[in-house]
Write a protein that binds this ligand. Structure first.
Ligand code: HEM
Length: 281
């Protein structure tokens, strides 16, 4: 699968960034170029889309464009990549966010109070969630980010395309360099009390300006940083709101550890984690 993603190789030290390829603090300058890239990619295809597809979901529209823009041979590869990239991490993060929240009763209670104050008493009715509502429910976004920090991908890999010096070592071309978000996020220098689920640590991040906490690497870094990261957070926030609004849930098992078998992407739970849920009236 990885072989069909990209013909070129990656190296993690582009100019203007730190040794991990991270742009520090402030707004994220890669955003505007990504936005341009996205618009340029989508615009030609969107104009040609037949009406029913254009009106369908964003994912369907993107898949249609990919089908038109890529040659027949590679089109299925790109489509599979996009499906994999967009689902394989968001689904486990949604699970972990809920599991962490349920295993911290004070946080669960604070989130429920927030939901009630924005939408009224939780129940089974239809819910419309606006951007303004999300801004009032920041704690949920912090919980998602904290869950991602604690259950982040084991490694992100780059192939060295030209010899690179790191400290006193020369890494020859052809070697693979691996960064571990999982272990970086457990360094107490950057994340005090790293093993604790502390959503409030995200208060310091300038999320309005689309900046994470320094040394948070779950979405990769530099030129090839995950382009779906803010969309993913949005999906997770909305999913958590809907689940908690409509269902009364609690954990039947204690919070599981992450499986050490998954080093690529968000790890799955090591053991079972049953949740009891009851539809609200
Ligand atoms: C919480 C959810 C997600 C996590 C943790 C995540 C994580 C990552 C990571 C670690 C990378 C590799 C970055 C690098 O090599 O520096 C990546 C790449 C990518 N992600 Fe995500 N991702 C998530 C959600 C999404 C979503 C929702 C989409 C699409 C809608 C998406 C699309 C992509 C794509 C297309 C790439 C390849 C980018 C490139 O190679 O230029 N991801 N993601």
């Amino acid at each position: 699968m990885a072989a069909c993603l990209r013909a070129g190789n990656r190296i993690p030290t582009p100019g203007g960034q730190d040794s991990l390829g991270r742009r520090s603090g402030g707004s994220d300058p890669s955003r505007s170029s990504l936005k341009r890239f996205g618009v340029d990619l989508l615009r030609p295809g969107c104009d040609e889309l037949p009406v029913p597809e254009a009106a369908a979901t964003l994912v369907q529209a993107v898949l249609n464009v990919l089908q038109m823009e890529t040659n027949e041979q590679y089109s299925p590869n790109y489509q599979l990549l996009l499906l994999w990239a967009s689902l394989s991490n968001v689904v486990p993060v949604a699970f972990w966010t809920l599991a962490f929240v349920f295993s911290h009763p004070n946080i669960h209670k604070a989130i429920m109070e927030g939901i009630s104050s924005v939408f009224g008493t939780p129940g089974k009715g239809k819910l419309k969630v606006s951007e303004d509502d999300l801004k009032k429910l920041l704690l949920i976004k912090w919980c998602a980010l904290e869950a991602i920090r604690l259950r982040s991908p084991g490694v992100i890999t780059r192939k060295v395309v030209a010899p690179v010096k790191i400290l006193n070592y020369i890494i020859p071309s052809g070697d693979f360099l691996m960064l571990s978000p999982f272990w970086l996020h457990r360094n107490p220098k950057y994340f005090p009390e790293p093993e604790l689920f502390k959503p409030e640590r995200w208060e310091k991040a300038n999320l309005e300006k689309h900046a994470f906490l320094d040394c948070f690497l779950a979405f990769g870094s530099g030129k090839f940083q995950c382009p779906g990261r803010w969309f993913a957070l949005l999906e997770i926030q909305i999913f958590v709101i809907l689940m908690l609004y409509k269902y009364d849930c609690s954990l039947l098992d204690s919070l599981p550890k992450q499986s050490s078998l998954h080093i690529l992407g968000i790890p799955q739970p090591e053991g079972q984690c049953r949740i009891e849920y009851k539809q609200r009236m």
